[in-house]
Write a protein that binds this ligand. Sequence first.
Ligand code: B16
Ligand code: MG
Length: 223
Amino acid sequence: MAQYQSVVFDLDGVITDTAHYHFLAWRNLANKLGIAFDEAFNEELKGISRMESLEKILVKGGVADQYTAEEKAVLADQKNVEYVALLVDMSPSDIFPGIETLLTELRAQGTKIALASASKNAPMILDALGITALFDYVVDPDEVPNGKPAPDIFVRGAEAVGADPKMSIGVEDAVAGIRGVLDAGMFAVGVGTPEQMEQAGAHLVVEDTTDLTVALLNAKYQK
Ligand code: B16
Ligand code: MG
């Protein structure tokens, strides 16, 4: 039996690469509004909610005060329609390598599994990937008061499956997400470059999800 009670996963960038589709849809919207948008700026939007992402883009363009709340809601909706259309061909082959085995082996050893994604599209994406049944709980981002980098969504994920967050692991690819995992008192696993993830404070870093195995988690986990 592992020493940890649950593993709480981020979705985009950990389980599948929807980050690229978010980038394409935001870039299109930003370009329509005459705002420059590149991969570097997109990094700042990872793990951040849809409306907060839009706000950051408008602030970057110096036009945040030129839109009413209703107009912003319409813009966010336009981005989401385009984003969801880009996901239409998503299938189990889009799960990052090693992740389905990891989920299956965690279940087999009795570890609870939760999803803590900022995405309102997360349930639809898990269905398209065919892995909904492998999760004990999927947190709705609307059920917690504060989004990432706050720890709320990770605490909720662990507690919803009956686990102590301080006896749990959080897996994230975004700097904002690692912050939340750490503030939840969890062991933080970062998926990404050692430079970025170690700077963010991750306890364990994997560059590739194929390295993210139950054996590694069991060997490296520390309370
Ligand atoms: P949606 P994660 C986050 O997912 C994305 O990283 C972020 O770029 C996106 O804005 C957010 O979900 C909201 O997504 O527009 O689908 O509700 O990384 O927390 O799984
Ligand atoms: Mg992510």
